[in-house]
Design a protein around this ligand. Structure first.
Ligand SMILES: NC(=O)c1ccc[n+]([C@@H]2O[C@H](COP(=O)([O-])OP(=O)(O)OC[C@H]3O[C@@H](n4cnc5c(N)ncnc54)[C@H](OP(=O)(O)O)[C@@H]3O)[C@@H](O)[C@H]2O)c1
Length: 333
């Protein structure tokens, strides 16, 4: 089987590429930087295509006759840093994603497996766990990244109604795992823990999943899911206290013991954001990220277990492998 993978240097994409190589797929990988590609997927038997989602038409012909397009690239981690990101979010996550899918169909790709996020799923207020039917409207999004993904999903569904190419969408929870070089928010959280920068916990609740399990589900989706299907990939609902406890166990580093009232955390995060803007620096956590961590939304990854026959590995294994990857790559203490 031949695959074209976008975002091959990212947390999800690099793990997906590794798994596809293990399964003996022929792979072309879209990367923006040859140097980063060498670091993340160097030595693997793949064809590297240099290109940017900002100008899809320039490189889309490389998808010719691939069986599957795995689309993981997105304007994502930059969003939680300061600046106005809407133009890039809309261009990469909506307009050019649709353009990519149009060109994939034109170049004979057989199926698309697209990466959305469980952030596009609405929190249920009856206390039940949300599932794939709880699709948000753009005005319900907690931040601009979520909004771009919600609109992206809506546009993909409109596109799918008019086109024949089957599109399966996966909606991962907060992903952890080895290979988070950039790093994304989860990787930064682990690195901050390792360098003892996290002051304490607060009442939080977030769904998490291992990026390698997401990669596995995407391959299963490519093999067996029918077009139009959507799968939340969410393994565990956890919070800061549990994450600190596991990280302490797997890293040997003492976690923070303090716990702060949520109102104080919001005030201090908001204040630090203002100071960071004034000093032209970044903060460790933005108010947007805090909102996601304290929403206490739960999403169900059961449909993927049932239909794609995947299993989610223990959270402790995920955190241990993440810490080990950072230490091996000189990024963690
Ligand atoms: N991480 C999470 O917790 C999470 C949760 C749910 C859904 N998701 C979704 O999962 C997907 C993968 O995210 P990730 O966690 O793997 O993030 P990541 O590590 O930041 O990877 C993103 C990838 O997209 C590439 N990319 C970004 N902008 C691009 C552009 N303009 N042109 C070409 N490539 C571009 C990046 O290239 P560079 O390496 O050159 O930057 C990188 O390879 C995204 O669609 C994201 O929305 C992530």
């Amino acid at each position: 089987m031949r695959a074209f993978v976008t975002g091959g240097t990212g947390l999800l994409g690099s793990n997906l590429v590794r798994l596809l190589v293990e399964e003996k797929w022929q792979i072309k990988v879209l990367v923006r930087s040859a140097e980063k590609a060498e670091k993340m997927i160097g030595g693997l038997n793949v064809e590297v295509v240099k290109g940017d989602m900002m100008n899809v038409d320039l490189w889309a012909h490389h998808m010719k006759d691939c069986d599957v397009l795995f689309h993981t690239a997105a304007y994502f981690r930059e969003t939680f840093r300061k600046g106005n990101h809407w133009t890039n979010l809309e261009k990469v996550n909506v307009i050019n994603t649709i353009r990519l899918f149009e060109l994939a169909e034109k170049h004979g790709v057989g199926k698309i497996v697209h990466t959305s996020t469980n952030a596009t799923i609405r929190k249920r207020h009856d206390g039940e766990i949300s599932d794939e039917s709880d699709q948000m409207n753009p005005d319900e999004a907690l931040n601009l990244y979520e909004k771009s993904k919600v609109i992206g999903d809506q546009e993909i569904q409109k596109f799918a109604r008019k086109h024949l190419i089957p599109i399966v969408t996966v909606l991962p929870a907060w992903m952890f795992g080895p290979g988070d070089a950039a790093p994304t928010g989860s990787g930064q959280f682990v690195l901050n823990f390792l360098s003892r920068k996290l002051p304490g916990s607060f009442h939080s609740g977030i769904d998490v999943v291992d990026a390698r399990d997401v990669a596995c589900a995407m391959i299963q989706a490519a093999k067996s899911a029918v077009g139009g299907e959507r799968y939340i990939l969410s393994a565990y609902h956890t919070g800061l206290d549990e994450l600190f406890r596991i990280l302490q166990k797997v890293s040997g580093i003492q976690g923070p013991s303090k716990s702060f009232p949520i109102s104080m955390v919001y005030l201090s995060t908001w204040f630090q954001e203002k100071i960071a803007v004034w000093r032209n620096r970044e903060t460790d956590m933005s108010v947007d990220e805090l909102r996601v961590m304290t929403e206490l939304k739960r999403t169900s990854g059961e449909k993927a277990i049932r239909d794609l026959h995947i299993t989610y590995r223990p959270l402790e294994d995920t955190m241990r492998d993440t810490v080990e990857w950072y230490r091996l790559n000189g990024m963690g203490k």
